[in-house]
Design a protein around this ligand. Structure first.
Ligand code: Z2T
Length: 837
C-alpha cells in the first residue's frame, strides 16, 4: 500500500541516503570527524585511546540508524516483544563484536591503517564493561546477541552500575586484592543517555486507602534515568536495545529540610539516591541479604515496568491484553519483586480488580532458575520488605493467601504441605521466599541444563511440579559463536570457513557437522593444530610478559577459569597439581622423557567476603611459586594463576586450551557455559557428570571427553558415608600432598589450616577427597591420550563439528517458541515511511 510521505520526511530521506557509506575512505572521514567534532582533539595528532573513541562513535552512528529503524518497525508491526530482566549483563568489549556483526571489520582495519593505527591495538583501548559476576551475566549477554541475530523483538533491561565487578590483583604474598572498577573514567561511547526517559521509583512510606484503591505515599523517591546501548545482530539490519537504569535524585525539593534551613542535609539526601545504582554486588551464587540489594532490585524493576506499560498504552487497548504483546523473563529471582510491582500498577494505578490483574500478570512472567545451592536462594525478611516496600508486602501476603487457599482446598489438613508451599517461611525472622513467589507468579519455570531442570523439579519445587507439571521446562544454556569463535578465534574460524566453503556456520552452527567428513584428512588435522599453536603462542607471550616464564607451545595447556567456589573444586585441581609435581620429582631421566609437559592455568575471582575461596587462591599462588622455581621440574610442569579473569581474558585464553576442567561436585553446577566455549575452540574436557557436561558428552561422544567422579544420585549417600566415618580415602598421593600443605610448604598456616580442616572427612561437603582417585585416573588418561597427537586432534575436530546444540541461537529459539511465543521480525525497509520515498 502506498504510504503518505510528508515534505519534511522526503527532505530528510534525500539527505540520509547519502549517509554512512561503508568504503574505507568514507569510514576514515567519519573517524577523523569524530576526532575533531566529538572529542574536540586536533585531527593531526591523536593517540590510540582517542582513535578508539572516535572509531567507537563512528560505529555507534551506524548502529543508531538501524536501531531507530528496527524499533520503529517493531512498533508499526505491533509485534509481541520479550523483555529480558537481569541484574547483570556481562557484555565484554563492544567494538570488535559490532564490527563483525555489521560485516565491516576489514574496512575499519583499512581506514585505521591509513591513519597509522592497528585495529587490534585500537580495540585493546576499550575497557571491559563487567556488569556481571559470571555465568548468569554472560548468559544474558549471549542471549542479547542471539535475540538480535534471530530477529526476535526483544529488549534487555538492567542496572547501569557505576562500579562493575571489582578488578582483581594479587599481592606479593599471593593474596587476592579487590580494586573498585570505575569503568566509566574515559566515558562510554556505546551508551546514549536519555534524560527524557525517566521514572520515579518510591521506597519506604505508607499505604492509604482513598475509598477506591490503595495508594502508596511518602517515603523516598528517586528518579531512574535510561541509558541505552544498541545491540547489533550478526548479518542482519535488526538492532536491539539494552536499557540500563541509573539512579538520580528526584527533582522535587526536599521541603522539610529546606524550610528548616538545613541546606547541607538537603543536598546529602539527594546524593544518597545515586548509591542505588552505584555498585554491583560481587557474589556469584550466594546471597548477601543486604537492604541496598533489594533496593537495586525494586529500582530497576519498577522503572522497567513503568516503561513497558507506557509503551503498551501508546496503543489504545485494555491492559488485560498485556500478555499478547509483552513477555517478561526473570533472570533468576533477582527481578521477582516485579510480580508484586505489576500487580500494584494494575490495581493502584490502572484500577484493575485483583482477578483480572492476577490473570494477566501470570501470563506475562516466566522465571529462569540458575542454581539449586540453598545459600543462593533469595529470601528477604518480611520486616525488611514491609519497611522498604510496604504495598508490595501487602500484595505478596494476598497472593500467598489465595495461593494457599487453593492448596488447603486440595489437601485439607496437610499442614506440612502448606508450610512447604508457602511464599512466607515461618520462623524468626519470617522470610519471603522469592523463588516461590516467582514460581507462583509465572506461567513457565525453567532450569538451564537437563540435569539441573530435573533437580529444580525434584528438589526445589516438588509440590509445585506435582500440581503443574507442564509449567516446568528445560532450556539448556548456549553461547554465541560470534563472540566465542569468530571474534575470539579468527585462526580456527578461518580454517572452518575454508573447509566448509562458507562462513554461514557463524549464524547456523549446525553446518559445522560438515567438518566431520574431513576428520581423517591430514591437511585438516594440520590446520587445526596450526590454529591451536597460534593461539597458544599468544598466551605463551602473555605468560612471558606477566610472569617472566618461558613456556613451550608443545606442552599441554590445561585451563580452569571460573569464579572460585568450593563446589567448583579448584582445590581438587591444585591438589592434583601438587601430586603431579611430587611425581615429577621422583622421575628418572627416562621417565621424564616420556612425561607430557603441562602448563596449568587457573583463574577466577573470589567474592570479597568468601574466606575459603580466597585461601584457595593463596594456595594456588604458593604452589605456582614452588613449582615454577624448581629446577628439577623444568618444562614438565608450570602453574600460573591468571589475575583478573573477565570476558576479555576469556577471549584470549579459551582458544589456547588443549584441555579444560569442569569438575564440580555432581548436581551442583547448574549448567556451566565455559565448558561449551572451550570445546568449540578445539579443546577436550576433563569433567564430572554435572550440568551441561552431560549433554556435551551426549552430543560429542564419551570417547571425546574425560569423565570421572560420582554421579549425582550417588552424592547424598557418599556424603553421609564420609560424614559418619563410613569412608576414608586411602590415596597415598593425596596424603602426601596434604602433609606438605600441613608443613606449610606452599602457604602459611593461616591458609593451610582452614583448607585442611575442610578436607577432613566430616567436613568434606564437596567430596574432594572422595572423587580424588577417580580424578587422578582421568588425568592419567589425559596424559596418555595427548601422546598420540593425531588421535587427539581428531577428537577435537569431531567435537567442534558436533557442538551445534550449544549455540545460544538454539537456546533462544526454544525460549521464543516454548515460553515467549515470539515471531522473528526482520526489518523490511519499505514499511518505514521515509524509506518508501
Ligand atoms: C551465576 O553466575 C549462576 C547461578 C546463580 O544462581 C548466580 C550466578 Cl551470579 C543464582 C550460574 C551457574 O552457577 C552456572 O552453572 C550457569 O551456567 C550460569 O549461571 C548460567 O545459567
Amino acid at each position: 500500500a502506498a504510504v503518505e510521505v510528508s515534505e519534511k520526511d522526503k527532505i530528510i530521506h534525500n539527505i540520509m541516503t547519502q549517509y554512512l557509506p561503508r568504503d574505507v575512505d568514507s569510514i576514515l572521514k567519519q573517524i577523523v570527524n569524530h576526532v575533531e567534532y566529538t572529542l574536540a582533539r586536533t585531527k593531526y595528532n591523536f593517540d590510540e585511546q582517542h582513535a578508539y573513541q572516535a572509531t567507537a562513535y563512528s560505529v555507534r552512528d551506524r548502529l543508531i540508524e538501524s536501531w531507530n529503524d528496527t524499533q520503529q518497525y517493531f512498533t508499526e508491526k505491533d509485534v509481541k516483544r520479550v523483555y529480558y530482566l537481569s541484574m547483570e549483563f556481562l557484555m565484554g568489549r563492544y567494538l570488535n563484536n559490532a564490527l563483525l556483526n555489521l560485516g565491516i571489520e576489514s574496512q575499519y582495519q583499512g581506514a585505521l591503517k591509513k591513519l597509522g593505527f592497528d585495529l587490534d591495538e585500537v580495540e585493546h583501548q576499550e575497557r571491559d564493561p563487567g556488569l556481571g559476576n559470571g555465568g548468569l551475566g554472560r548468559l544474558a549477554a549471549c542471549f542479547m546477541d542471539s535475540l538480535a541475530t534471530i530477529n526476535y523483538p526483544a529488549w534487555g533491561y538492567g542496572i547501569r552500575y557505576k562500579y562493575g565487578m571489582f578488578e582483581q590483583r594479587i599481592s606479593k604474598e599471593g593474596y587476592q586484592i579487590e580494586i573498585p572498577d570505575y569503568w566509566l573514567t574515559a566515558g562510554n561511547p556505546w551508551e546514549i543517555e536519555r534524560l527524557d526517559v525517566k521514572y520515579p521509583v518510591r521506597f519506604y512510606g505508607e499505604i492509604k486507602h482513598n475509598g477506591k484503591h490503595y495508594e502508596w505515599q511518602g517515603g523516598e523517591v528517586v528518579t531512574a534515568i535510561a541509558y541505552d546501548s544498541p545491540i547489533p545482530g550478526y548479518d542482519t539490519y535488526n538492532t536491539l536495545n539494552l536499557r540500563l537504569w541509573s539512579a538520580t535524585p528526584a527533582s522535587e525539593f526536599d521541603l522539610d529540610s529546606f524550610s528548616r534551613g538545613d541546606y547541607y542535609s538537603a543536598v546529602a539526601s539527594k546524593e544518597a539516591a545515586e548509591k542505588i545504582s552505584s555498585v554491583l554486588y560481587p557474589n556469584d551464587a550466594t546471597e548477601a541479604g543486604k537492604e541496598l540489594r533489594l533496593k537495586q532490585q525494586h529500582f530497576f524493576v519498577s522503572a522497567t515496568l513503568q516503561d513497558v506499560v507506557r509503551r503498551f498504552k501508546k496503543k489504545d487497548r485494555p491492559l488485560t491484553e498485556l500478555h499478547t504483546k509483552v513477555a517478561i523473563q526473570l533472570n533468576d529471582t533477582h527481578p521477582t519483586i516485579g510480580i508484586a510491582e505489576l500487580m500494584r500498577i494494575f490495581m493502584d494505578h490502572e484500577s484493575m480488580g485483583w482477578s483480572a490483574a492476577w490473570a494477566t500478570t501470570t501470563k506475562v512472567f516466566s522465571y529462569t532458575n540458575h542454581t539449586v545451592l540453598p545459600e543462593a536462594l533469595e529470601r528477604w525478611s518480611v520486616d525488611l520488605v514491609e519497611k522498604l516496600l510496604p504495598r508490595h508486602m501487602q500484595i505478596i501476603y494476598e497472593i500467598n493467601r489465595r495461593h494457599l487457599e487453593e492448596v488447603v482446598k486440595k489437601y485439607p489438613g496437610d499442614g506440612d504441605k502448606l508450610m512447604r508451599m508457602s511464599i512466607i517461611e515461618e520462623g524468626f525472622p519470617k522470610m519471603v521466599r522469592m523463588a516461590v513467589l516467582a514460581v507462583v507468579g509465572s506461567h513457565h519455570v525453567n532450569g538451564v541444563a537437563a540435569i539441573h531442570s530435573g533437580l529444580v523439579k525434584s528438589r526445589l519445587f516438588p509440590d509445585f511440579y506435582k500440581e503443574q507439571p507442564d509449567k516446568f521446562l528445560n532450556m539448556t544454556n548456549g553461547v554465541t559463536p560470534r563472540r566465542w569463535m569468530q571474534s575470539a578465534n579468527p585462526a580456527l574460524s578461518e580454517v572452518i570457513s575454508r573447509w566448509l566453503e562458507t562462513d554461514e556456520w557463524v549464524s547456523n552452527y549446525e553446518l559445522c557437522r560438515g567438518l566431520e567428513q574431513f576428520v581423517d584428512s591430514a591437511d585438516m588435522q594440520r590446520e587445526f593444530r596450526e590454529a591451536k599453536r597460534t593461539n597458544k603462542k599468544r598466551v605463551a607471550e602473555r605468560i612471558k610478559k606477566e610472569f617472566g616464564v618461558e613456556v613451550s607451545t608443545d606442552a599441554m595447556f590445561d585451563i580452569q577459569v571460573k569464579r572460585i567456589h568450593e563446589y567448583k573444586r579448584q582445590l581438587m585441581n591444585v591438589l592434583s597439581i601438587i601430586c603431579r609435581y611430587n611425581a615429577i620429582k621422583r622421575m628418572t631421566p627416562a621417565e621424564k622423557e616420556e612425561c607430557v609437559p603441562r602448563v596449568c592455568i587457573i583463574g577466577g575471582k573470589a567474592a570479597a567476603g568468601y574466606v575459603i575461596a580466597k585461601h584457595i587462591i593463596r594456595l594456588i599462588n604458593g604452589v605456582s611459586k614452588v613449582v615454577n622455581n624448581d629446577k628439577d621440574v623444568g618444562d614438565l610442569l608450570k602453574v600460573f594463576f591468571m589475575t583478573n579473569y573477565n570476558v576479555t581474558l576469556a577471549e584470549d585464553i579459551i582458544p589456547a586450551n588443549d584441555i579444560s576442567q569442569h569438575i564440580s561436585t555432581a548436581g551442583m553446577e547448574a549448567s556451566g557455559t565455559s565448558n561449551m566455549k572451550f570445546v568449540m575452540n578445539g579443546g577436550l574436557i576433563i569433567g564430572t557428570m554435572d550440568g551441561a557436561n552431560i549433554e556435551i558428552r551426549e552430543e560429542i561422544g564419551n570417547d571425546n571427553m574425560f569423565i570421572f567422579g560420582l554421579l549425582e544420585e550417588e552424592i547424598d549417600r557418599a556424603r553421609n558415608e564420609l560424614k559418619y566415618g563410613g569412608y576414608q580415602h586411602t590415596d597415598s598421593r593425596l596424603q602426601e600432598a596434604m602433609k606438605q600443605i600441613e608443613a606449610n610448604k606452599y602457604c602459611g598456616k593461616d591458609v593451610s589450616e582452614p583448607l585442611l580442616k575442610n578436607l577432613q572427612p566430616y567436613n568434606d561437603y564437596y567430596l574432594v577427597t572422595r572423587d580424588f582417585s577417580s580424578y587422578m585416573d582421568a588425568q592419567a588418561r589425559v596424559d596418555e591420550e595427548y601422546k598420540n597427537q593425531t588421535s587427539w586432534v581428531k577428537k577435537t575436530i569431531t567435537s567442534v563439528a558436533r557442538m551445534g546444540k550449544f549455540s545460544s541461537d538454539r537456546t533462544i529459539r526454544e525460549y521464543g517458541e516454548q515460553i515467549w511465543n515470539l515471531e522473528a521480525t526482520p526489518f523490511v525497509p519499505s514499511s518505514v515511511a521515509y524509506k518508501t520515498v
